[in-house]
Structure formats: C-alpha cells, structure tokens
Design a protein around this ligand. Structure first.
Ligand SMILES: [Zn+2]
Length: 371
C-alpha cells in the first residue's frame, strides 16, 4: 500500500507529501475527520515514508517493501509506538489494530468503556526518552486521541512540551473538539474528508470482494465512511443489529415498559453505537421495502428474509417509506447533538403500531423536540 493507493484524501496526502519533501516534518499532527475514512492508514503510511529506504521516500512515497516499511506494517518496528484505548481484552485489541492497519480501512472495534489511561502515557514516556533505535524518525500514533482521560491528556501535554529527539506524534480523532484545548493548540491539523460513495462502492467490490448489490446499498448508507460501509456489508455488527431488531420488536409491543427500555438503551450506549444501530435499522427497513415490491431480491440482511417479508406484510408501501424516513430523521438528529433518549423515544413512537402503541406514546416528543 502506498499513498497513491489511499482512497480520496487528496488534501491530506498533498500536505504530508509536501512536508516530507521539504524536510519540515516535526512536532505533533492532528489527523481529524469522520471515522473509517483512512486516518490511521495514513498515519501508518506517513511513518513508513519517514523511515523508508526505497527510491521515492524523499518525495513522501513509501515503497512498502523495504525492511523498515514491512516492520511498520506488521507492527514490530521498534520506533513506531501506538497508543490507543485499551479494553479489557487489551492484547486482542493490539492484534486487531495491527491487522486492521494492514488491511487499511476496517477500524478495530474498541470497547465502549475503553480509554487511554495515564499509565499508558507514562509507559510511553519512558520508552521514548532516547533517540530512535533503528529508524530515522520515531512516530507515536495515538488512535482515538479523544479517549484520553483528563489525567492522561495532561501527562501527554507535558510530553509534547519536552519533545524527545527525532520524534513526531500523530493524533487521530473523529471528535477533535473533545480533546483538551491545550493539546489541540499544539497540533498541526490535517483534515480528512468523507469519501465519495462511488469510491466506497468500488473499494468494497475490488478490495474486499463484496457483491455489487450489497456494496452499492452499503456504500449508500455509510455516510462517506469506508469502515462503516464494510461493517454494514459484512454483517460484522451483529450486536448492534440485534439491538435494532429488539428495538423494532419492543416498539411493536406497545407495552407500558417501552419508555423505560428505551431510556436504558440510551444510557448504556454511546452516540456511535446508536448511530450504527440506526444505520442497521435502515438496512433492515430497506430490505422490508425491497421485499414488499419484489418477492425475491438481493438483501443486505439476507438471513432475515422470511422475517422481513412477514414484517412488511401488513404495512402499505407508504407506511414502510414513512418508517424509513423516520429512521433517517432520527439518525441525522443523533449525528447532531440531541439527547439520545429523546431521539430513540421519538423513533420508537414512530415505529410502534398496533394495540396500545398510540396511547403509551401520547406523551412522546415529536420531531421538533429532537431536531
Ligand atoms: Zn520502504
């Protein structure tokens, strides 16, 4: 993999290549932009370019084949350090990260409670006190930098203030505003953009061997994120999909406990998880719609074909379209900054039908309350 093979991100590539070619690389870089658009992959390529022994390294293009490039790719280069949120399965998380870096785009799944701890920052500080061991330039790549605890961020800030020799830092985040302002202000920002859905579709087909129809549907719903599209296309979001199905079922029951269940879901999930769940709910209802108009069709949720046919049986096409609109509206609201409990309550009120549903949800907020 080389910079030229990275999908999109022309601006970031240009900025970094220029820095390398002019020998002005130093300090701290903040790679910011949506999740799943190539920030971590670019950080890895950047680290490779800075240490590559290949012919085009001076222009900022790593060869990908020299011992240094290979070590960085496989995660065993002694001068490239990672700092990332550590979950209970800490070791597995590192393996995932490196595996994902190898493939490029498919982001590792971090535990929702995972954070970057002060211990992690302290360990790192000891490790990098000296000159790089073998490389020209040491790179510290901090993934999901916004997950640093306040203590960790303050310790990290101290490290930035006394930079060790020949060391750069790359912080990646989808939420730069969640970083300490004092950390942010020391960084050189490198912006990453959403990808065109055609580029995502081609990548899913060409690189990951995904069926064209599923690739197209997933790319269309991924909001410019290849990582998200890949999750949608490969069904690797089983937990979230189950949540989406549970929510549908809950909404259908019209029970008194529904509001409580919704609040519980909102409390236990973070914004990203709710977003993914809603995206999956969209794929489910897209399939309901497809099945309503055609008996056989390519489905995103192929395994749910029978259930989804049944789901659509008593609904008119118009009702299905209205439901899809309601999910889409809710998704947009969640991508903004609305209260998750309110957003889900609104959605369930729209999904609920049948006995008791209207009564239970008489007090539920309307769309204006969540937008
Ligand atoms: Zn190389």
């Amino acid at each position: 993999m080389a910079f030229s093979q990275l999908i999109g991100q022309e601006r970031a590539k240009r900025m970094l290549s220029r820095l390398i070619a002019s020998h002005r690389v130093g300090g701290t870089y903040l790679f910011f932009g949506p999740e799943g658009v190539g920030k971590r992959t670019t950080a890895l390529l950047f680290a490779q370019a800075l240490n590559c022994a290949g012919p085009d390294a001076a222009e900022g293009e790593p060869c990908g084949a020299c011992p240094s490039c290979r070590k960085i790719l496989h995660g065993n280069h002694p001068d490239i350090r990672y700092l990332f949120p550590l979950s209970r399965a800490g070791k597995g998380a590192l393996d995932d990260l490196l595996h994902d870096a190898r493939w490029g785009e498919h982001g590792p799944r971090f535990d929702r409670a995972a954070s970057i701890s002060i211990e992690g920052v302290r360990d790192l500080r000891h490790e990098i006190a000296h000159r790089p061991f073998v490389g020209r330039m040491r790179a510290v790549i901090v993934c999901r930098a916004e997950r640093m605890t306040t203590e960790a961020a303050n310790a990290f800030l101290k490290m930035l203030e006394e930079p060790p020799p020949a060391t750069i830092y790359v912080l990646t985040t989808a939420r730069p505003q969640a970083l300490l302002a004092t950390v942010r202000s020391r960084c050189q920002p490198i912006p990453f953009a959403r990808l065109a859905s055609e580029s995502i579709e081609h990548a899913l087909i060409d690189r990951f061997g995904i069926d064209q129809v599923v690739a197209s549907a997933s790319a269309g719903m991924a909001n410019g994120s290849l990582g998200r599209a890949l999750d949608l296309a490969t069904g690797s979001l089983e937990e979230e999909r189950q949540q989406a199905l549970d929510l549908m079922q809950t909404a259908g029951t019209g029970l008194e406990e529904v509001p409580e269940l919704v609040q519980k879901l909102a409390r236990q999930s973070d914004r990203g998880e709710i977003q993914r769940m809603l995206e999956l709910l969209l794929t489910i209802w897209r399939d309901v719609m497809v099945l309503k108009v055609r008996a056989r069709a390519h489905l995103v949720n192929e395994d749910l074909g029978n259930e989804l046919t049944a789901e659509g049986r008593d609904l008119s096409l118009d009702e299905i379209v209205q439901t899809i609109r309601a999910i889409d509206e809710t998704l947009r609201a969640v991508e903004g900054n609305v209260n998750l409990g309110l957003a889900l309550a609104y959605l369930v009120s729209r999904l609920s039908r049948g006995m008791g549903g209207a009564e239970v949800w008489a007090r539920s907020p309307g769309p204006s309350a969540i937008m």
